[in-house]
Design a protein around this ligand. Structure first.
Ligand SMILES: [Zn+2]
Length: 432
């Protein structure tokens, strides 16, 4: 079977129009998150499509997951196609939700317009184009190699943009992602067609609150200003924490370059009286603020330990406390994710790398994402380390106005995916 690449390429080229219309159809179902619209509609559409292609389809609602409600149920779909003999299962996981539209569009965000070799729309690159590409790749592979060994799974899952708890996390808890059922996972996020994304940095979100005492604003000395306490915290961060974070470099191939170190974002700050609506015409009343809160978003590296990451911040608050009489604080954890990174020698990494070389005649770049995506749940809950993100689309276009995905990029990626299936599911007889 030395002509696999050519036969797969022909089968994919024959589906060029189908790939475009599938991408358009998916874009035309606005699956905005929040609130989580049309999840059932997109899963039903895919159930029909994949059922026709010979997949066994399961629709799964993440009942009781965060944000799941009667009005906005969190629907997911998993489709599985068994081969002619036992073997490994290759799973393509895409999220079907998209982020808000925002301003600045020159095309209909849900129109699926095609021009200049691109399909436009919210979700075109992140990641309905990738989902469509994986479906076309699987269909082409099955046509060329109907007697394959093992199984192919394609899932479309909810809520990746808001943490994945009603999607991949839920399915992993239910056993859909585990090393007995699935052996190789490819997440077609828009990482560019010649790059393999091995994983992502870790995350810790927390809320820090400083406390004071309310009093009349004309006699602040009778109160204790929580905002000034927070000012001292921020000063200490500038003086000691930010330089410390900048000094921590990772061996992980994180892109862009600036994310190769530990980072911290102060997501919000609020102290004192609540903010009034914009049309409110009254004046504030004179009070010393007794509470001030910030939310921090700390991204950490493989080389760091989450306990130490937290201890750095506690130590900083203790230093401030030592210098300020009456300084009191509270710190609350909001969210945490461990870093995840597949081994470069993992089977799915090596196979996709070889396929990229064949299709694009170049060595792949290996990257790690600065932010997280559903790989976290597949790794931590599913215990599946043999997992990467690989898909068409330019990462920078994600969440932007006039988002698009290139049609040739999808075709090229479909070739990489189909060749990967050929390598993993035909007992090596495609090796040439
Ligand atoms: Zn995405």
């Amino acid at each position: 079977m030395t002509d696999f690449p050519e036969r797969l390429a022909t089968a994919i080229e024959n589906r060029r129009e189908a790939l475009i219309s599938l991408t358009q159809d998916l874009i035309r179902i606005p699956t905005l998150n929040p609130p989580g619209q049309n999840y059932r509609a997109i899963c039903s559409y895919l159930a029909e499509r994949l059922g026709t292609a010979g997949f066994e389809v399961e629709m799964i609602r993440a009942e009781g997951a965060p944000a799941d409600s009667t009005e906005y149920p969190r629907w997911n779909i998993i489709a599985r196609r068994e081969g002619a003999a036992p073997g490994d299962c290759v799973h393509f996981n895409s999220h079907h939700d998209v982020v808000e539209v925002g301003h600045g569009w020159t095309v209909d965000p849900f129109g699926g317009e095609v021009k200049d070799g691109r399909v436009y729309g919210r979700g075109a690159c992140d990641m309905k184009g990738g989902l469509a590409t994986s479906i076309i790749a699987a269909e082409a592979f099955i046509e060329v190699c109907p007697d394959f060994h093992g199984a192919i799974e394609i899932s479309a899952t909810a809520d990746e943009e808001s943490g994945g708890f009603g999607g991949v996390a839920y399915l992993a808890e239910k056993g859909y992602f585990n090393p007995e059922r699935v052996q190789h996972v490819i997440i077609p996020e828009p990482l560019n067609k010649d790059r393999i994304c091995l994983g992502h940095r870790g995350v810790w979100w927390a809320e820090i609150e400083t406390k004071g005492r309310i009093a009349h604003g004309s006699m602040p000395f009778l109160g204790d200003c929580a905002v000034r306490h927070m000012g001292a915290v921020l000063e200490e961060m500038e003086a000691t924490l930010f330089p410390l974070l900048a000094s921590k470099r990772t061996e992980m191939p994180v892109v862009p370059e600036g994310a190769k170190q530990s980072t911290l974002n102060i997501n919000s700050i609020h102290g004192g009286e609540p903010v009034q609506p914009e049309d409110y015409t009254g004046l504030p009343s004179p009070c010393v603020p007794d509470r001030c809160k910030i939310t921090i978003d700390r991204r950490f590296l493989m080389e760091e330990d989450l306990k130490e990451v937290k201890a750095e911040v506690t130590a900083l608050l203790e230093r401030v406390k030592a210098e300020r009489p009456k300084f009191e604080y509270e710190i609350h954890d909001l969210f945490e994710v461990q870093p995840s990174m597949a081994d470069r020698e993992a089977p799915v990494v090596k196979t996709v790398a070889a396929a990229i070389e064949k299709v694009l005649a170049k060595q792949p770049d290996y990257v790690v994402s600065p932010g997280t995506y559903d790989q976290k749940h597949i790794d931590r809950i599913g215990k599946l380390k043999n997992c990467i993100a690989y898909g068409p689309g330019i990462l920078d276009l994600a969440h932007q106005p006039d988002e698009w995905v290139g049609i040739q990029d999808m075709i090229d990626s479909a070739n990489v995916m189909a060749l990967t299936l050929a390598e993993l599911l035909t007992q090596g007889d495609s090796a040439n």
